[in-house]
Design a protein around this ligand. Sequence first.
Ligand SMILES: [Zn+2]
Length: 256
Amino acid sequence: MSILAYHMVSPRFCWGLGRVTPALFDIQIKTALDAGYEFISLSEYIERYPQIRGCVTLTFDDGYDCIYEYALPILKKYRLTAAVFIMPAYAGMSNTWDVNWGGLLFNHLNWHQVKTLRDEGWEIGSHGYSHVDLSRLKERELEKEVTWSKQLLETKLDTDIRTISYPFGNCTEPVYRYCARAGYKAGLVMSRKPATVPDDFAMQRIGVYLTDFKHMFKAKLSSKYTTAFMGMQSILDFCSDGTVLVKQRLNLKIKS
Ligand SMILES: [Zn+2]
């Protein structure tokens, strides 16, 4: 059983590993189906957890518009859906919150595209309001990121927002308590699970990267991870978005 965490599915070059090509994505889905994995929705995963065997759930962080262009048609071909986590502050805008190495910018889904995904059966969750590290915020700042993002998504999409994917996978006990009070039913981290947060608010996912060809991808589908594997995965998770974290922390220091 695994919850897979994707970012971009795109043929367009970007620095870093947080992307798979549409061809690789198609191969990965087919690999999972051929291996007999059952694809279940995130809601079903949460409902059945931890009594899950042989299942896989797809999630996308950041809500890039390449998901609409490339992941949606591939998943439709296999009659599958996924969950996507949106930052409302960047809907329809480019990813200026990122480091943008070499001046490369990527667009986020606009509201029309998010509504189309919802209508296609995808689940929508929050990725905070503006993609900042929640673990470093004060309570009044958490209101905007945690509560407003939920309310705004619910108003725009006329659907319940029950899940949050913590930006950078970072969750602490105060963040989890705030999210639970705000009405979320579950929270998703990456490969590192904070010890003081209960399982339903620290659901572990495994990131999928450009380097995940057949054998590595098969290892990620199974839940039999070794300590060495998870250590390497944590490094990959950090490489995929750690530079953004450094940029945001530098900005905070300059402002304060
Ligand atoms: Zn993110």
